[in-house]
Each structure stands twice: as structure tokens, then as C-alpha cells.
Design a protein around this ligand. Structure first.
Ligand SMILES: Cc1cc2nc3c(=O)[nH]c(=O)nc-3n(C[C@H](O)[C@H](O)[C@H](O)COP(=O)(O)OP(=O)(O)OC[C@H]3O[C@@H](n4cnc5c(N)ncnc54)[C@H](O)[C@@H]3O)c2cc1C
Length: 344
């Protein structure tokens, strides 16, 4: 039987960040993921300045598509509010593979089915033994299912359902748009442009409230795409897929002996916007720190609401307006197509 010190199940942002931190401390780490990377991950790919800081990312050196928004455009009914703040978009297909590669940890394609705990640690599918185990397998993480579900059941009222599609599209408006509560949606829909002609659009809402209100998410999708056809994305063609995950509720038990759950496996997406990449990354860092430095695994500084981070970014922007003063402009006065942070 093979063995390693730390086994990480799931190579998304939570798993790759934990692996990166552990490898930098010299730990013997193995990452298992059922998918072959780069892999498709349904996600709008919006990331915050906190993510960039936590990952110690040099935006100039990031080798894939990255777009920086100088503002979010928030729409609530007839209210249309530009929110000046710095946020970014990436393509998960590229970003997740890059993070994993950068971690320097070995990655194996393996769909984990069985986890057994014994006196020396954990045995995975009768094939791999480890002393420490990090569950980073997203909503259906086998570590959550085997070791945590009974102690830490997920609250059904916090389940979000989504429909989205990322397409190649020569968009003209490079701002990120969010529509809240449109046609009674208990959630929001989005238009998130990516660098070099990619576009992500989607709708997401609280599953129970959708059901209670007799809503059909596909109908909300139809409202969104009809509106985009008339305004932001004429001629775009979609074939959306669905995915479900959990907003942050009480996360009482996230560590059992030498086993941890992180990211979506622990249900850490923010309560207001369902932002999950930042919390996945921060929790991955904290789990690794607990192993390397013997610190308690605490989630106090894992953000539970995105609005605070957006407000911080707004304040930061107010004091750094010169950063944007040299932006390229399109002939229509809007921002240039494919604007990277270095263009600003
Ligand atoms: C439509 C949609 C849009 C979103 N938009 C945003 C956004 O714009 N910004 C944001 O911050 N968040 C967004 N989120 C949330 C965000 O995508 C997640 O919170 C984030 O990906 C969580 O990261 P993770 O590493 O915990 O899990 P994941 O990224 O889900 O990674 C888990 C990995 O585990 C692997 N795995 C699962 N089961 C097994 C198994 N049995 N064996 C081995 N491997 C396994 C999977 O293949 C996967 O690679 C969105 C979510 C959805 C659904």
C-alpha cells in the first residue's frame, strides 16, 4: 500500500492552496482528483483582491486570461448602480490547473469512494494510507460524507442552485453586471466577461425559496438571456448546465482528529453573494497551517459575506484613483475590450 503524510482529496482552489502551503513547508503531500486537469468547473470565475493577496499572485505574471473590473454594475429593479471597486475575472478551466501546477504537489486522477479511519490515520480505497486528510472535494466531498455529515449536517435552506454557461463571445461591455431579484428570483443573475472574448452568464437562487415560490430556474434563465439578447450579448447561443452548493451556515465541526474539511466541502460560500473561491482558498491555507504549525483550525477569518470585501475594495479604490486614470477607452467611451490590470 502506498503512503503519504498529507492526502488532499479534491484539486479545486481549496485543495490546491492547501497543497501549495504544505509543499512550501516541505510536507509530503499527494492530491487526488477524479477529474483530469484542466477540467471544467461551473463558476463565474469572479475573484476578489483578497484572493489575489492570499495566493500571493503576481497579476502581471499570471499566464492565462485575467480581466480587471474597475466597477461592478448592480441592478435592482429600476435601480442601476455602478459600484466602483476592483475585482477580477479568470477562467476556472485555466486558473485551477495553474494553481495545482504551481503548488508543486503530485496530482493523481482517482475517484475516491471509500475512506476508513484506523489508529494510524486513514486508508483510501484500500490503496493509499495517510496520516493527515484534507477534504477539498466540493459539495459531494467524500471526506465530508464519511466523517462529517452526521456531525455537521448541511442546512437545506442554504442550498443554492445555479444554471450557467461560459461561451466564446466578442463582448463589448467589459463591466461585470449583477441583477438581483429579477422577476422575483431569490438570488441574482450575472454577466461576467473574461479576457479575450469569453463570457460567463448565469442565474443562481436559494433552492427552497425557488420551490416555495413555484419558480423554475430555467424560466429565470430564459428571462436573463432574453434581456442579454436585447442589450449586452446579442446573438449569443447557450447550453447551460446546473450545479448546486451551500452557503455558509453554522460550520460547527470542520476538523476531526487529523481530518479537515475546506471550501465547498465545509459549505463556506458567502451568505450574500455565494462567493466560494475566496473562502475555499482561505480555509485551505488555514488547514495547511494547522498541520504545519500545529495551530487550531479556525475559520474566523474566512469571510462569510462578500459585501465587506467589496466595501474594502471601494475604499481602496477611492484612495488610488490614479491607478485608473490611464485606462484605454473604446470609441464609445466605454472601457477597452480585453482590459487587463496592466492596461490600466
Ligand atoms: C454557477 C456557479 C458560479 C459561481 N461563481 C462564483 C464566482 O464567480 N466567484 C466565487 O468566488 N465563487 C463562485 N462560485 C462558487 C465556487 O465555484 C466554489 O465555491 C469553489 O469552486 C469551491 O472550491 P473548492 O475547492 O471547495 O471545490 P471545487 O472547486 O468544487 O473543487 C472540488 C474538486 O474535488 C474533486 N472531487 C469531488 N469529488 C471527488 C472524489 N470523490 N474523488 C476525488 N476528487 C473529487 C472535483 O473533481 C473538483 O475538482 C460559483 C459556483 C457556481 C456553481
Amino acid at each position: 500500500m502506498r503512503s503519504c503524510d498529507v492526502l488532499i482529496i479534491g484539486g479545486g482552489p481549496a485543495g490546491s492552496t492547501a497543497a501549495w502551503k504544505l509543499r512550501r513547508a516541505g510536507a509530503d503531500v499527494l492530491v487526488l482528483d477524479r477529474e483530469r486537469f484542466p477540467r471544467l468547473k461551473l463558476c463565474a470565475g469572479w475573484i476578489t483582491p483578497e484572493v489575489v493577496r492570499d495566493l500571493d499572485m503576481d497579476l502581471e505574471a499570471y499566464p492565462h486570461r485575467l480581466l480587471t473590473f474597475p466597477r461592478l454594475r448592480v441592478h435592482i429593479g429600476r435601480l442601476h448602480v455602478p459600484v466602483p471597486c476592483v475585482q477580477h475575472s479568470i477562467r476556472r478551466f485555466e486558473f485551477d490547473a495553474w494553481l495545482l501546477e504551481r503548488s508543486g504537489a503530485p496530482l493523481e486522477q482517482h475517484n475516491v469512494r471509500r475512506i476508513v479511519r484506523d489508529a494510524d490515520g486513514f486508508v483510501i480505497d484500500d490503496a493509499i494510507r495517510c496520516r493527515w486528510l484534507i477534504g477539498a472535494g466540493g459539495t459531494r466531498c467524500p471526506v465530508y460524507r464519511t466523517l462529517f455529515r452526521e456531525l455537521n449536517p448541511r442546512a437545506s435552506e442554504l442550498q443554492i442552485v445555479t444554471l450557467e454557461h461560459e461561451i466564446q463571445y466578442d463582448w463589448q461591455d467589459s463591466d461585470c453586471h449583477l441583477w438581483f431579484f429579477d422577476h422575483g428570483l431569490p438570488g441574482y443573475s450575472w454577466y461576467v466577461p473574461k479576457e479575450q472574448g469569453w463570457l460567463n452568464v448565469g442565474v443562481g437562487g436559494i433552492a427552497e425559496r425557488l420551490k416555495r415560490g413555484g419558480h423554475d430556474l430555467r424560466q429565470h434563465w430564459a428571462h436573463l438571456t432574453a434581456m442579454l439578447e436585447g442589450r449586452l450579448a446579442p446573438g449569443a447561443r447557450y447550453d447551460p448546465s446546473g450545479y448546486s452548493y451551500y452557503l455558509r451556515g453554522r460550520v460547527d465541526v470542520v476538523r476531526r482528529d487529523n481530518a479537515f474539511i475546506t471550501g465547498d466541502a465545509a459549505g463556506l460560500a458567502t451568505r450574500d453573494l455565494g462567493e466560494g473561491i475566496g473562502p475555499a482558498i482561505r480555509s485551505g491555507l488555514r488547514a495547511a497551517q494547522a498541520i504545519v504549525e500545529g495551530e487550531p483550525y479556525r475559520l474566523e477569518d474566512v469571510t462569510g459575506a462578500s459585501v465587506g470585501s467589496i466595501a474594502r475594495s471601494m475604499l481602496g479604490r477611492a484612495t488610488r484613483t490614479s491607478v485608473f486614470s490611464g485606462r484605454r477607452q473604446t470609441p464609445g467611451g466605454g472601457p477597452a475590450h480585453g482590459l487587463r490590470h496592466r492596461d490600466q
